[in-house]
Write a protein of this length. Structure first.
Length: 475
């Protein structure tokens, strides 16, 4: 006779997950982990109980969502919230299969001693695999107005789409991306490497952080490119020895082989995997649908849909092209694709070494784009016309004209030979830009060439500054 999971077993599991009911603190393993800098932005959303909204924490796998939820619980405990008023449930656990959210909530209240739902904080982790979760969550928010609901999930496409469609006015989305280089430096207690300075930009002195040791900073920048997107891996030499095992199996394979197929009914997962592998190996390259279909063996009519899925799962980012005057194209023929986290390359292939100039160039460009991807209010472009190309340009939302240009190089050569930056100079001249930025390996200097002020900065310090400014602006 087949046995069913009993209510008492469900209650036991809920009690086990809520460690603080017995100890008035989260588990030591969680407490020992450093808080991500995004925590200070996320925390006020949870603490603000005056707005009747559920908080939806989204992000790719293994970037620290569950850890952040536990750090939030510790913050609530430190602020005097009674432990029994804090409920945590990992919806993904098989023991909760086919149990509605409200029933789980009621079970938890019973498990903690028939607690009143008033002023409770309820955390549902990995919610996306519960069918119609967004409808049930909206009902909870409407029914228990004095209770704060916080949910998390990895399958961003389902979360983003459904939270917008069904949770309008009831959900607040929060994206937790992979680590920025700025966070990597902070978590590794390497802040001493960075010192406040300034950089002249468009005739104005702007705050900018320089480094006291560019060689050491570059060593960590390469380590960040290979392993630094995931908090747990940067502290584990064992994982770094075999990133394919820990990153690929736990992050890439689960998304490609389980998450996306289950959410979108993808039947040929090997086809999706071939496409992603092709993109990963060619990160930072320009693509068109025809070439991508021919190279990956995936039918052309599926490419666009698969790219949308991969973007939604935070694996890749598609960047649109503009012409020499900064205008977008009515018909998108060519575009660039970047890994959202450069560490994925090391997981699928092999960690890059600092002497591998060609592949370093692609991954440095990917890493710098990854810092900008944290700005949900900003969409970078790249420029390509004829034989000319500029790696990144900023377009003003109001005038739709270029306002800045960046050339990403893992080389000092262009500081010595600015005449080789012909595309960048032509683009600036055409769009009346008086200043442009060029990254280097370790040179920081300024020079004028053909009435354009070229500002050279090391890739690592530039990545650090973009990440820091992004977090400062989010705060």
């Amino acid at each position: 006779m087949i046995e069913k999971i009993s209510k008492s077993q469900v209650l036991e599991r809920i009690q086990f997950e809520n460690y603080w009911w017995r100890n008035a603190s989260i588990e030591e393993d969680y407490n020992a982990m450093q808080r991500r800098l995004y925590f200070d932005i996320f925390k006020p959303m949870v603490l603000n109980s005056t707005v009747n909204r559920a908080v939806v924490l989204m992000g790719p796998r293994r970037v620290g969502k569950t850890v952040m939820l536990h750090h939030t619980i510790q913050e609530l405990l430190d602020r005097g919230v009674p432990p029994q008023k804090i409920i945590f449930i990992t919806v993904e656990n098989p023991i909760y299969t086919n149990i509605a959210l409200e029933d789980l909530f009621k079970y938890a209240l019973e498990g903690v001693g028939n607690q009143s739902p008033k002023d409770c904080y309820v955390f549902f982790d990995e919610i996306q695999y519960l069918k119609d979760w967004e409808i049930h969550l909206k009902t909870l928010v409407d029914s228990y107005r004095s209770t704060q609901f916080i949910v998390s999930g990895s399958a961003a496409a389902a979360l983003k789409f459904k939270s917008n469609e069904s949770g309008a006015g009831r959900f607040t989305d929060f994206l937790l991306p992979p680590l920025t280089f700025y966070e990597y430096i902070h978590i590794n207690k390497l802040d001493y490497l960075m010192i406040p300075s300034t950089m002249l930009w468009k005739g104005t002195s702007r705050p900018f952080y320089d480094t006291t040791n560019i060689q050491l900073l570059n060593e960590h920048f390469v380590k960040y490119i290979n392993f630094g997107g995931y908090p747990e891996i940067i502290f584990s030499p064992q994982m770094q020895k075999n990133p394919g095992r820990y990153i690929k199996q736990d992050i890439v394979d689960k998304v490609l082989l389980r998450d996306l197929p289950s959410l979108y009914g993808i039947k040929d997962v090997q086809e999706l995997n071939r496409l992603f592998t092709t993109i990963c190996f060619n990160t930072a390259h320009e693509f068109d649908y025809e070439d991508l279909s021919r190279t990956s063996g995936v039918k052309k009519h599926l490419i666009k849909t698969y790219i949308e899925y991969l973007e939604s799962a935070f694996l890749v980012k598609k960047i649109s092209r503009v012409n020499q005057t900064g205008k977008t194209f009515q018909r998108e023929v060519k575009f660039k694709l970047y890994l959202s986290n450069p560490s994925l390359y090391a997981a699928l292939f092999t960690p890059v070494v600092i002497t591998n100039e060609s592949k370093m160039g692609d991954l440095v460009e990917t890493a710098i784009y990854a810092q900008w991807m944290h700005r949900d209010w900003f969409h970078p472009y790249y420029a390509h016309w004829g034989k000319g190309e500029v790696d990144m340009v900023g377009i003003d939302d109001g005038t739709l004209k270029p306002v800045w240009a960046l050339e990403i190089k893992w080389s000092n050569r262009y500081a010595e030979k600015p005449n080789e930056l012909k595309s960048l100079i032509d683009f600036c001249t055409k769009n009346k830009l008086s200043t442009a930025l060029v990254t280097t390996i370790d040179k920081k200097e300024q020079q004028s060439y053909k009435d354009i002020t070229l500002q050279y900065v090391p890739c690592a310090t530039y990545a650090y500054n973009v990440g820091k400014n992004t977090l400062d602006q989010k705060k």
